[in-house]
Structure formats: structure tokens, C-alpha cells
Design a protein around this ligand. Structure first.
Ligand code: UD1
Length: 422
């Protein structure tokens, strides 16, 4: 797995048209949850097509702390779960990355109790767990916060009618993974419909879970007594794929992206068409060709199948170099516009107003030192740097390494001028 230094930065030369083919590996937002799901069954499960990103070994450490044996070999992760996993996730391991909170549901299902450190907020906004707690409570658990940890316990978990206030991805996953081993039927409404949720449902079904409605707003789950281990391939990362597609449009390039289901990013590809790109779909990928300067397109983030919040920084990047004015609206995370100030440093004509950003496109951005605040903001700055005069220094790239395997190598493969400096 990638070893990235905390002081590493990227030097990015602007002005090159991206051209060529880039493969996408497994989705970050799926693999970590699939790894957590292996806690649900005693024995050895194998997950393939895992991305080479730091969060995978970090999640492996969380699982080891719970008594699992984890072996990572290339893109394959084998996890052996004991008959009785421990129920307290190690504070230091959990604190390092937010997604580790997805062990909560499986621990409740297997151990009827869980202690998981509260991950806290992060650069993109306040990230509470109230919906996770409310759902588990409807299944019969008690939950409270003590000494910086979320504590939960239940004498038994019993199927229930649960409706989310908002289709939260994380709450859907945790409640689903608890309900599969609860007694009786759970009817779970207003759930998230992201492809990563469908991926977990598919894996849980192979493990013996009884779930109907994956990919719709209602999941109906018949609890079963136990699950068995399985082998599962992670779906391709639609957010990484969208990054390369938008990079092609921003640099007026010609890029083929492989290893992803293009239906998983249909709304992003529609926006690229609206910006003037020719988009061709393939069974396991797509091609984006942009000949003229892109046209400005308004974009609003929404839960799937809407425009993903994780792709919003690239929509802003695209608007910054497009012809015309666009309004980008963020509806999921309240603090996701912090990186707009960094874009302004690169010469963008952008102004935030509440949860909207107004962007007037400029012909060319101009290089400057900039700092990544999170994974997607960091990648968004690199894309902007590819459209700037001169060489841009992008700092704090450890954020980018968390979400993009072989980021520099993939861009170099597309003719970009980018190098890592330690
Ligand atoms: C996941 C993704 C993240 C993506 C997000 C939305 C992972 C590891 N991360 O995050 O990349 O941007 O989905 O697609 O898969 N909320 C509450 N209470 C809760 C839970 C959530 O108020 O109990 C709010 C959040 O503050 C946020 C919104 O719901 O405003 C959506 O969050 P959610 O869908 O839960 O995102 P994550 O699962 O954390």
C-alpha cells in the first residue's frame, strides 16, 4: 500500500491536454464497508479489486483490533473473523479515519454491543451520527456517548420499521448491517441508493442475508440467524472515474476511463455533455473528448442518483475554465466550499454565497502555491493546476493519497506534467 509522506507536495505544470486511457480500481467508499461486513460471519472472507490507498490498511488495523486476522496481498484482502469478535474498536485506529464508524452495525449484530470512538467532524463539515443511533435504537439497542466514544448495547435486536430523515449513506449501512442478523423483518425507508449500498447488499446476500429493494429507497430485510463468509469484488470507483472524466473536459483532452460502470455516474456524464464534451459509453467505462472550451453548466449536489457531493469540487474546477457563468449548489455538506479560496488563489473568478458558489469562467488560471484540505478538494486543485500558466505547488497531498491510488502515475500516463516532491 502507498507510503506517502506528510510533507509531500506535487509540482503540476499547466497547459497539457490529457490524452490516453486510465484504469479505475475498487471504490474507496465501498471497500471499507465490505471489510466491516466480514465481521458478520465467522471464517475467512476475501475481497478483491481493493484500491491501494491508506484507508485499507487502516481498516485492517481496526479489524485486527477486533480479533480478526487480515492479510493484504496486492488488490486482495483476506479477513478471518473469529467466533466471538471483540466489541471495542481501538480508539487510535478509529480516530484516524471516519469510515471506521461502519463497524458499529456489524458489532451490534454479532456482539450485541459496541464501543466505537467518535470520529468527529472534518474539513467538509459537521458529521453527526444521530441517524445511526436512532435506527439502532428502533432495533432495540440503547446508545450513548461516553469518554469520546459511541457506546451501544442491546439484549436482542428485533426487526422494526425505520425511516431515515435523510438518505444518509453511513446510517443506511450501519442499520442495514445490524438488521441482517436481527430477529424478524425490518422495513427500512428513505435509505441511500448509492451504488456502494447496492454493492454491500450484494455481498451480504451472498453471505446469506435476505434483503430486498437494493438500489431503491426501501430495503426490506428478513433477519437470519447467521451468515457465512464469501468472496466479493469491489465495484469500480465512480468518484475517481468522474475525476478523470472532468479532467479530460477541463484540459480539452481525450480520455478513456476503464474499470467502472458508467451508469454509476450518469448524471456527471450528462453534465459533461452539457459542457460540450462528446461522451461515449462502454460496458466497463467511458470516453470523454472535449475539443472546444467547455460551456458553463449549473450543478446541484444531491444523494444518488443526483450529482455526487464528492464530485462537486471538480464541477467548480470545470466552471472556473468554462465559457460563461455557472452556479454550483452544495446540498449535502455545509463546509465543502472552503477550497474555493484556494481556487481564487489560482485566478478563479468565484464567489460563495451560503451553499452556492457563483463562478465566472476565465480563459486561463495562473499558478500559485495551494493547500489541499481534503481528498476531493486536493484533487480539484490539481485539476485546476493542469489548466494554469506555469507550475503550481499543491501542498498537503496526503489527503489526495487517501482517495486516489497511483494518482501521479495515472496522470503521468495521460501526459500530465506532475511530479511528487518529498
Ligand atoms: C459517505 C461518503 C462520502 C460522501 C457521503 C455522501 C464514505 C466513507 N463516505 O459519507 O464520501 O460524501 O457519503 O455521499 O462512504 N448526517 C446526519 N446525521 C447522521 C448521518 C449523516 O445529520 O446520523 C448528515 C451529514 O452531516 C451530511 C448528510 O447527512 O450532511 C450526508 O451524510 P452521509 O450520507 O451519512 O455521509 P457519510 O456516510 O458520512
Amino acid at each position: 500500500m502507498s507510503e506517502a509522506g506528510h510533507k509531500d507536495r506535487f509540482l503540476v505544470g499547466g497547459g497539457t491536454r490529457l490524452e490516453g486511457e486510465v484504469p479505475v480500481t475498487g471504490a474507496k467508499n465501498s471497500v471499507l464497508k465490505l471489510m466491516a461486513a466480514t465481521l458478520l460471519a465467522e471464517g475467512t472472507s476475501v475481497i478483491t479489486n481493493c484500491p491501494d490507498i491508506l484507508d485499507v490498511p487502516l481498516m485492517a488495523d481496526v479489524l485486527r483490533g477486533l480479533g480478526c486476522e487480515v492479510v493484504i496481498e496486492g488488490d486482495k484482502v483476506s479477513i478471518t473473523t473469529p467466533a466471538e469478535p471483540k466489541y471495542a474498536a481501538d480508539f487510535d485506529a478509529v480516530r484516524q479515519f471516519r469510515a471506521s464508524v461502519c463497524v458499529l452495525g456489524p458489532l451490534m449484530a454479532r456482539c450485541r454491543r459496541a464501543i466505537v470512538a467518535l470520529p468527529g467532524g472534518d474539513a467538509i463539515g459537521n458529521r453527526p451520527l444521530d441517524m445511526h443511533q436512532a435506527g439502532l435504537e428502533l432495533l432495540g439497542a440503547r446508545s450513548w456517548v461516553e469518554h469520546g466514544c459511541l457506546m451501544a448495547e442491546a439484549d436482542a435486536l428485533t426487526g422494526a420499521n425505520i425511516g431515515l430523515d435523510f438518505p444518509s449513506v453511513g446510517a443506511t449501512e450501519n442499520i442495514l448491517m445490524a438488521a441482517v442478523l436481527a430477529e424478524g423483518e425490518t422495513v427500512f425507508t428513505n435509505v441511500a441508493r448509492e451504488p456502494e449500498i447496492v454493492d454491500i447488499c450484494n455481498m451480504l446476500t451472498k453471505m446469506g442475508a435476505k434483503i430486498q429493494g437494493a438500489g431503491t429507497s426501501t430495503l426490506t430485510i428478513q433477519g437470519v440467524k447467521s451468515l457465512k463468509p464469501t468472496t466479493h469484488e469491489v465495484i469500480g470507483d465512480r468518484i475517481v472515474a468522474a475525476t478523470w472524466g472532468i479532467a479530460a473536459a477541463m484540459t480539452r483532452g481525450d480520455v478513456r476511463v476503464t474499470g467502472v460502470n458508467p451508469k454509476h455516474l450518469a448524471v456527471v456524464l450528462d453534465k459533461l455533455r452539457a459542457a460540450g464534451a462528446q461522451v461515449t459509453l462502454e460496458p466497463r467505462g467511458f470516453r470523454v473528448v472535449q475539443e472546444q472550451r467547455p460551456r458553463a453548466v449549473n450543478t446541484s449536489t444531491l444523494p444518488f442518483p443526483g450529482f455526487p457531493t464528492d464530485v462537486q469540487p471538480f464541477a467548480i474546477g470545470l466552471a472556473c475554465v468554462s465559457e460563461g457563468t455557472a452556479m454550483i449548489t452544495e446540498n449535502i455538506f455545509e463546509a465543502r466550499f472552503r477550497f474555493v479560496d484556494e481556487m481564487v488563489r489560482l485566478g478563479a473568478d468565484a464567489r460563495t454565497d451560503g451553499h452556492h458558489v457563483w463562478v465566472r469562467g476565465v480563459e486561463r488560471l495562473s499558478s500559485a502555491p495551494v493547500w489541499s484540505a481534503d481528498i476531493r478538494a486536493g484533487a480539484g486543485l490539481v485539476l485546476a493546476a493542469l489548466c494554469a500558466d506555469g507550475t503550481t505547488e499543491v501542498h498537503d497531498v496526503f489527503h489526495i493519497d487517501r482517495g486516489y491510488p497511483a494518482f501521479v502515475e495515472n496522470l503521468q500516463g495521460l501526459n500530465a506534467q506532475i511530479e511528487r516532491v518529498s
